[in-house]
Design a protein around this ligand. Structure first.
Ligand SMILES: *Cc1c(COP(=O)(O)O)cnc(C)c1O
Length: 228
C-alpha cells in the first residue's frame, strides 16, 4: 500500500510528464478531491506541499476546516451541486466555488459572503455532456451568466468547470474538451480575472491537459477509493 504522500508524488510526476510531452507552458494546478476522506488525509497531503482541496458537501468541509485551522494557507474549493439553503455555509467556508450554474445561486453567494473575507472565486459549471439530469449551465448561456457573476460585488469570476461524459469514447471526450477550451478563450477575452479551466478527472485528465485545462481534479488517485 502506498502512502498518500507517495501517491501524491507519483501524481505530480505524471502531471509534469504529461505537460512536458504536450509542451504545455501554463501551470497546471492539481485539485486534490478529499470528499469523504478524513481530515488526517488532508494533513498528509499538505505535508507534501498540496494546498488546494476539493469538497462536495458543505457541512463535511466545514468540520474538516475547523479541524485543520492550524494549516492556514489551504485553499478550499466547493465542487458539489449547490442547494440554495446551503449557500451561506458555502460562502462562509470556501475560497472557491466551481459549480455555479444559475444567477440565483450566484446572487445569494455574493450577498452572503462576509465582507471581511476576500471575494469568493467562481467557476461556472458547464453542462458539456448535454444530459438533462446533470448540473451546469448550457454552453450557449455561459456568456450571459458570466456577465451576471462579474457584476456581483463579492464574487470574482475565475473561469469554467465541467464534468465530462462518462464514456470511453475519446472522440466524444475530445469534442467536449475542445468546446470548453473555446468557451474559455472567449471568456478570457472579456474578463481579465479569468484564468481557470477546471476539467479532467481520473479517467480523462491527460486529454484534458492536452486540451488546455489549467486545473485537474483527482481524488481516488491520491487518497484511494472512497468505498460506499
Ligand atoms: C469526486 C469528484 C472528483 C474526483 O473523482 P475521482 O474519481 O475520485 O478522482 C472530481 N471532480 C468532481 C466534481 C467530483 O465530484
Amino acid at each position: 500500500m502506498k502512502t498518500i504522500a507517495e501517491q501524491l508524488k507519483s501524481v505530480y510526476q505524471a502531471i509534469h510528464n504529461c505537460c512536458v510531452e504536450c509542451a504545455i507552458e501554463h501551470k497546471t494546478h492539481l485539485l486534490a478531491v478529499s470528499k469523504t476522506h478524513p481530515f488526517q488525509a488532508i494533513r498528509d497531503a499538505y505535508q507534501v506541499g498540496q494546498r488546494a482541496f476539493g469538497e462536495n458537501y458543505a457541512r463535511e468541509a466545514a468540520t474538516k476546516k475547523a479541524e485543520l485551522a492550524d494549516l492556514d494557507d489551504i485553499e478550499w474549493h466547493f465542487i458539489g451541486p449547490i442547494q440554495s439553503n446551503k449557500t451561506r455555509l458555502i460562502a462562509d467556508t470556501f475560497d472557491w466555488v466551481q459549480t455555479v450554474d444559475r444567477e440565483k445561486i450566484a446572487r445569494r453567494l455574493s450577498e452572503q459572503r462576509d465582507a471581511a473575507l476576500a471575494p469568493l472565486n467562481i467557476c461556472l459549471q458547464v453542462n458539456i455532456s448535454h444530459e438533462d439530469n446533470k448540473s451546469g449551465v448550457a454552453a450557449e448561456d455561459v456568456m450571459a451568466l458570466a456577465k451576471q457573476v462579474h457584476s456581483l460585488p463579492r464574487l470574482t469570476l475565475r473561469g469554467l468547470m465541467c464534468i465530462g461524459s462518462a464514456t470511453d469514447d475519446i472522440a466524444v471526450q475530445q469534442a467536449e474538451f475542445t468546446t470548453m477550451q473555446q468557451l474559455f478563450n472567449q471568456l478570457k477575452q472579456d474578463y481579465a480575472t479569468v484564468d481557470t479551466l477546471s476539467m479532467g478527472m481520473s479517467g480523462d485528465w491527460q486529454l484534458a491537459i492536452k486540451s488546455g485545462a489549467t486545473m485537474i481534479r483527482l481524488g481516488t488517485a491520491i487518497f484511494g477509493s472512497r468505498g460506499k
